[in-house]
Design a protein around this ligand. Structure first.
Ligand SMILES: [Zn+2]
Length: 342
């Protein structure tokens, strides 16, 4: 079985180990390192990474990784899983989406060893992790004060990636092209198939998103025959692929009264929210531009003109049924703690 080397460490088949990959020090002279947790099965199989906090304030993925690592019955039989719970470790320290040099790590790939701080972190992640993996799952949340409905973003025109997206079982799959400089773009150039999972909001734990994410990662590992299939996984409805999405923006600045929630079905022309002045006078009504399902939402009841308020996805299928399915799936996940070993 092939040798796996990460940094100065060699990880053997059947081994479970954690390593700290050094990255740029703090100016207090304190060392900084990327925490990496590796589980290798005894048998030959694929290598996959599960990464979180590429945006340093997106914390749900850290908890998803913790839950999987700590499942007593979680056993990798074939291949290798490389967990990187905090990729943007400097951002996590500062509770910030960005690096201290104000760059977005997810626009800094593939990076370079002599570039900016973001470029250096990106380059370490690329050479030490991405280049050694055939697959990857990158865990994200909405930006600060925005919540995303649990969803997969992936290039579903690639057949293998589409199968992984399906296996994950998130309620919604949004087809999206790779964005230049993103981790997913860098991985695609190395022929590593990557899913991005989005769920919840920055700087908060969202239990439903964490449970759906935990279950999704395990389902992908099962799909790749890396973990035991002795227990039957509950069937989840086939995820629906959105044919497009758009952000609805504030048409005035003021105080917001939201009328709809995440996962809601909205018809074209429905009143999504009203915006009032400081005196309570109605300044604007925000209407749904098309029929669809709300997959992202601003949380603060204050808006500046032009600011993104609702993210609405459109589907080929009947959107009302999709919204009902999302509701059922959310209730199902909320009602059951994920059993160890799935
Ligand atoms: Zn993110």
């Amino acid at each position: 079985m092939s040798e796996l080397r990460i940094g100065t460490h060699t990880i053997l088949p059947g081994q479970r180990t954690k390593i700290a990959l050094p990255v740029a020090k703090l100016y207090t002279d304190a060392d900084v390192s990327l925490p990496v947790y590796i589980i290798r099965g005894k048998r030959e199989g694929p290598t996959i990474f599960v990464s979180a906090a590429v945006h340093g304030d997106e914390l749900n993925g850290i908890e998803i990784v913790h839950r999987i690592i700590n499942m007593k019955r979680f056993k990798v039989i074939r291949g290798t899983v490389i967990f990187v719970p905090m990729v943007n470790v400097h951002g996590v320290i500062h509770q910030s989406r960005y690096l201290p040099d104000r760059r977005d790590l997810n626009r800094s790939f593939p990076g370079s060893p002599k570039g900016s701080l973001a470029a250096r972190v990106a380059n370490i992640f690329k050479t030490e992790i991405i280049d050694k993996c055939q697959y990857g799952i990158d865990l994200h949340t909405g930006a600060i004060h925005r919540t995303n409905l649990p969803q997969i973003r992936a290039n579903v025109e690639d057949e293998v990636t589409a199968q992984l997206a399906n296996a994950f079982g998130a309620p919604v799959v949004l087809h999206s092209e790779e964005i230049d400089g993103s981790l997913r773009d860098c991985a695609a150039n190395s022929n590593t198939k990557v899913l991005v999972y989005e769920g919840g909001e920055a700087l908060r734990f969202d239990e439903t998103s964490i449970r759906m994410g935990t279950r999704g990662v395990i389902r992908v590992l099962r799909h790749l025959n890396m973990v035991s299939k002795s227990r039957r996984l509950r069937d989840v409805p086939e995820p629906v692929i959105a044919r497009g999405s758009q952000w609805v923006r504030g048409s005035a600045s003021g105080i917001v009264k939201h009328r709809y929630q995440l996962g809601d079905y909205v018809k074209k022309g429905d009143q999504l929210a009203t915006i009032s002045s400081a005196y309570g006078e109605e300044l604007a009504v925000i209407l749904a531009p098309r029929t669809g399902v709300i997959i992202g939402k601003q949380n603060i009841p204050l808006v500046q003109e032009g600011e993104a308020m609702y993210h609405i996805a459109y589907f080929h299928e009947d959107e009302q049924t999709i919204a009902q399915q999302i509701d059922m799936l959310s209730e199902d996940v909320a009602s059951r703690e994920i059993k160890e070993g799935m």
